[in-house]
Design a protein around this ligand. Structure first.
Ligand SMILES: [Zn+2]
Length: 488
């Protein structure tokens, strides 16, 4: 966009984003999540202007767009007399930022775009009735990975809902949207190489253009979109379209309910690997994240054990268990992803295998699958994202996975706690959609627990009563934006 031109950044109504300012609060700076650095407030306030002059410095303009979409204001890029000045602070960590709001406007220091996006979210949330109170704040997150997963396979959610989820995440400085795109009940990602996956399958799906749109929408908000294509299990939707990929070459029955199905992709045929590499290679090009989730959970080995191809490959590799065949499968997929600039993530089930890719990130969800070895690998320095189902599964009822549980989840594996281990990347909530299909049900599972997730993931301090008071304010604001919040 050429410098010096006024740009209208309106908030499209279809996104469900209101362009009104947050309602006046009883106290100006009740931030959620609670900041880690010192907040200094002073008398006075600065009035936002209908057209703001912005000096973006060396930053990509992408990081200021969400602020202007949210406020409904216009901006023009300017070198001098800027109302908003972005300054590069090379010593700051990725999302660390400093904000100063004073008589001459807003200054933000950060080392990268994600830090600017987080800072401007704070500025936006501190604004009230078109004014921002004078304040300064240096802030930074506790965890680098602050995630939320949405299952769009079991039930499909339209693009507008996906964007709304990402916007709500961003307002709470959650930075990783894990997009569960494939499972037994539906294949939701368009492939130009294999159009049959969506063309005649009857599945609702996201086109490649829509996926790019989501990725860029999220980027403007400091949110990384991590896709998941679940392999080799949870592939009924895939195998129904391409039966030759299964061990017996027969299409499985349609999967209506969430379950663990025994027919999985064959790991003994070279054609399987060739196909999956083409499929993943194409998907890699749609996403900017350095991560790519390849599932790996709940893959029963019954079919593999009876399959001549799987057995021949098993013998050739000199393996001693079929869990190790999945380990080999994971290594091959991860190696391919690495060559495409991506790091693989898998659910902790894959830790049943002896050999795993060196760079693989484990997403922990329970202690039953891959039992024992997750803790060992975590102690040995393997990076782990924590999504314990008893604390982080938002499809569970609110009185089972309670706000307090989400707020106080402090992961540990074996002897090692997250706070002691730099390889604990962070925490992530998961919302599986087997049992609901509407936007309302989705939101009532997300809210208010997502506030507890955000504060747990960002803030070092713990103050549950202060959190509950701010959660009430945040809930009222979310409701004013049209979000359904469950009673608490
Ligand atoms: Zn097989």
């Amino acid at each position: 966009m050429p410098k010096g031109r006024s740009v209208c950044i309106g908030a499209p109504e279809s996104l469900g984003i209101s362009s009104i300012f947050p309602a006046a609060r009883c106290k100006a700076m009740d931030l959620m999540p609670n900041p880690n650095g010192r907040l200094l407030e002073s008398a006075g306030k600065w009035g936002l202007k209908p057209i703001m002059r912005v000096n973006v410095g060396h930053f990509d303009e992408v990081c200021i767009r969400a602020f202007f979409q949210r406020t409904g204001l216009l901006y023009e890029l300017a070198e001098e007399n800027a109302d908003l000045i972005l300054t590069h602070a090379p010593n700051f960590k990725d999302e660390e930022h400093y904000i100063f709001v004073g008589p001459s406007g807003i200054q933000v220091n950060a080392s990268a775009e994600a830090g600017v996006a987080a800072a401007l979210t704070t500025v936006y949330k501190a604004s009230s009735g078109g004014f921002i109170p004078h304040f300064s704040l240096k802030d930074f997150p506790k965890y680098s990975h602050r995630g939320f997963m949405l299952d769009c396979s079991r039930h499909f959610f339209p693009l507008s809902v996906v964007k709304k989820v990402i916007e709500e995440m961003s307002l709470l400085k959650l930075n990783a949207f894990h997009w569960h795109l494939t499972d037994d009940q539906g294949w939701r990602i368009e492939s130009k190489e294999f159009p049959e996956l969506t063309e005649n399958s009857g599945y609702d799906f996201y086109t490649q253009d829509e996926i790019r749109e989501v990725v860029s929408f999220a980027k403007e908000r400091g949110v990384d979109v991590i896709p998941e294509i679940d392999l080799p299990g949870h592939t009924t939707a895939l195998l129904r379209v391409l039966p030759w990929l299964s061990c017996k070459g027969k299409a499985p029955e349609e999967a209506y309910l969430g379950d663990v199905f025994s027919i999985i992709a064959c790991a003994g045929k070279e054609e399987s690997y060739n196909f999956l590499e083409k499929l993943l290679g194409e998907a890699c090009g749609l996403f900017e994240s350095k991560y790519f989730h390849i599932g790996g959970d709940e893959a029963p080995k019954t079919e593999w054990m009876q399959c001549p191809n799987c057995n021949a490959y098993f013998e050739r590799l000199g393996l001693s268990s079929f869990e190790d065949l999945q380990g080999h499968f994971t290594c091959r997929m991860a190696e391919f992803l690495r060559a495409n600039g991506k790091t693989a993530i898998c659910w902790n089930d894959v830790t049943s295998a002896r050999e795993l890719p060196d760079d693989l990130v484990i997403q922990y969800w329970n202690e039953f699958s891959g039992a024992g070895s997750v803790a060992e690998r975590f102690s040995a320095g393997r990076p782990v994202i924590f999504s314990d189902l008893r604390n982080m599964y938002f499809d569970y009822p609110q009185d089972v996975v309670t706000v307090q549980k989400v707020y106080s989840y402090s992961p540990a594996l074996g002897e090692l706690s997250c706070s002691q281990a730099p390889n604990a990347l962070g925490i992530q909530a998961c919302l599986w959609s087997e049992l609901f299909s509407t936007e309302k049900e989705l939101e009532e599972r997300m809210f208010p627990r997502i506030f507890a997730l955000a504060e747990n993931a960002w803030s070092n301090s713990r103050d549950y009563s202060g959190f509950m008071r701010r959660m009430k304010l945040e809930s009222d604001e979310a409701k004013a934006r049209g979000v359904r919040v469950a009673e608490f």
